[in-house]
Ligand binder design. Structure first.
Ligand code: UD1
Ligand code: CA
Length: 494
């Protein structure tokens, strides 16, 4: 039998007080709606339908591998579901329906819901939890295994508000029965909305079997309505993720000050120091030492790598590499085995060969660097002419002296040596020595002359005799200077 999933994500989320639609707000650097869709993909359903409405494009650009259903006006969760009738209404199977604002839901819990629904041969099953009576969730009206109805908090009598079993907003239905029941849903209630929750009572009227699947832990399905609840969910997810890594053998020095995204994979005996943000599809191997204060986004790090105080995105780092403090890598860098990349080094779209070093203050962009290359302090690849980017190729065993400019496009052949301070604009051949800077000029004794000049600029504080002597010396020097200038001018005229 086929299983489908509908995610209701069309609401505005007024209480978020934001220009963005609610479901794009991030929990640990991942939009709420993506958490849910990824979990559904992991569950392996036959179709995922996401209902979008308020600022739909902003939601749609974040999600792929699903079918979108437009709900132009947001008239309630029941109305949201009715919009899926055209694409889903005539299908046979089981449909789970999820609130878009409960991103911490797991596939295991959803599996439990579906299993309960199937084993008890239900036509509808609502996920419930015993909650604090202050919660404004819909209350569950139960008779043994049968759920007779759900009453929204705003529509409850005082007596109903004392029911602790509440609707957490995740449901499982027989698909045909769901769309049939939806036809009878009206907006005759406190909020004038079409409630999905009314489907339960309607199914009861149709003598269908409707049940409740009660879970113990509300943290997965709390529902996020404002930024405080967003923060609470973030903390819960952080705890859940970090605890799992700790149990898998990762050393996390301070789990309250380490932010690891839900899709990150980390090997055993890797240490994560405080202040790290590790997100996207980052994979870190075994025995690494990461942090303090690193930010990684989609980075693949192999084993025994050490990285401190650095920002890295969309790059691959091979075994035994040592990076930082204060390095930055972006746009598909590939750092090969045993590289040392030190303080204030930036690389972009660069391959940096085995055992090569860039220990301090360099920019290497659009470059291919071979093995055992030494990039001296302050070396820069000048890859941009204001319009286009150009490639620099540095072959194996090259030594680049400090403060060199490599003006791309340029190639430096194997074993070449570049003198410090060179601006390299032409190809350097294999085994060559390149020096490209103006020659040094030494003016013998001139530093003394400079000192004398400096002293003559200020009248001394001493006696009248000293000051008179200074005046005489000064005018003599000025006369000499005038004569010199005249001779120079005459020479130039000739
Ligand atoms: C809903 C339930 C309530 C339950 C609670 C659990 C209803 C009527 N009530 O209330 O019983 O206890 O969840 O968190 O369903 N949405 C749409 N289109 C709409 C309205 C909402 O797509 O027209 C989406 C929202 O984007 C959101 C989800 O549906 O992701 C839930 O809507 P929300 O307004 O938050 O429902 P609650 O009032 O929390
Ligand atoms: Ca809600």
């Amino acid at each position: 039998m086929k299983t489908y999933a509908v995610v209701m994500a069309a609401g505005k989320g007024t209480r978020m007080k934001s220009d963005k639609p609610k479901v794009v707000h991030e929990v640990l650097y991942k939009p709420m709606v993506c958490h849910i869709v990824d979990e559904l993909k992991g569950l392996g359903v036959d179709g995922i339908y996401v209902i979008v409405g308020h600022k739909a494009e902003e939601v749609m650009k974040l999600v792929d591998g699903v079918e979108f259903v437009m709900q132009k006006e947001q008239l309630g969760t029941g109305h949201a579901l009715m919009q899926a009738k055209d694409v889903l209404g005539d299908k046979e199977g089981t449909t789970i329906v999820l609130n878009g604002d409960a991103p911490l839901i797991t596939k295991e819990t959803l599996q439990g819901l579906i299993q309960y629904h199937n084993e008890h041969q239900m036509k509808g099953t609502v996920m419930t939890c015993d909650c604090d009576l202050n919660k404004k969730f819909g209350r569950i009206i139960r008779e043994n295994d049968q759920v007779k109805g759900i009453v929204e908090y705003k529509d409850c009598t005082d007596e109903q508000r004392n029911i602790s079993e509440m609707n957490v907003g995740e449901y499982c239905f027989d698909n045909a029965a769901l769309f049939k029941a939806l036809e009878s849903v009206t907006n005759n209630n406190a909020q004038n909305e079409y409630y999905i929750t009314d489907v339960i009572e309607i199914m009861n009227h149709q003598n269908l079997n409707v049940g409740g699947y009660k879970i113990d832990d509300l943290s997965e399905v709390g529902g996020i309505n404002d930024k405080f609840e967003l923060q609470e969910a973030t903390k819960q997810l952080q705890y859940r993720i970090n605890k799992k890594h700790l149990l898998d053998g990762v050393n996390i020095v301070d789990m309250t000050n380490t932010y690891i995204g839900r899709d990150v994979v980390i090997g055993h005996d890797t240490t994560i120091e405080p202040g790290c943000i590790i997100k996207g599809k980052t994979v870190i191997g075994n025995g690494c030492h990461i942090g303090p204060y690193c930010e990684f986004d989609n980075v693949e790090i192999k084993d025994n790598v050490e990285i401190k105080f650095s920002v890295i995105a969309d790059s691959i780092i091979e075994n035994g590499v040592d990076i930082g403090p204060y390095a930055r890598l972006r746009n598909h860098c590939h750092i090969l085995e045993n590289v040392h990349m030190g303080n204030f080094v930036e690389m972009k779209k660069a391959t940096f060969g085995k055992g090569s070093k860039a220990a301090h203050l360099s920019y290497i962009g659009d470059a291919t660097v071979g093995e055992n290359v030494n990039i001296g302090c302050g070396t820069i690849t000048s890859n941009y002419d204001g319009k286009n980017k150009f490639q620099t190729v540095i072959e194996d065993n090259v030594f680049v002296g400090c403060n060199s400019n490599l003006v791309a496009p340029v190639t430096v052949g194997k074993n070449a040596f570049i003198a410090a301070g060179s601006t390299i604009t032409d190809e350097v051949h294999e085994d060559a020595f390149a020096i490209a800077r103006s020659r040094q000029v030494n003016k013998e004794g001139y530093s003394k002359v400079l000192e004398e000049k400096r002293q003559m600029e200020q009248m001394p504080q001493g006696s009248i005799h000293e000051r008179l002597a200074w005046g005489a010396r000064k005018s003599e020097m000025e006369n000499q200077q005038r004569k010199k200038n005249k001779t120079k001018n005459r020479e130039m005229e000739r």
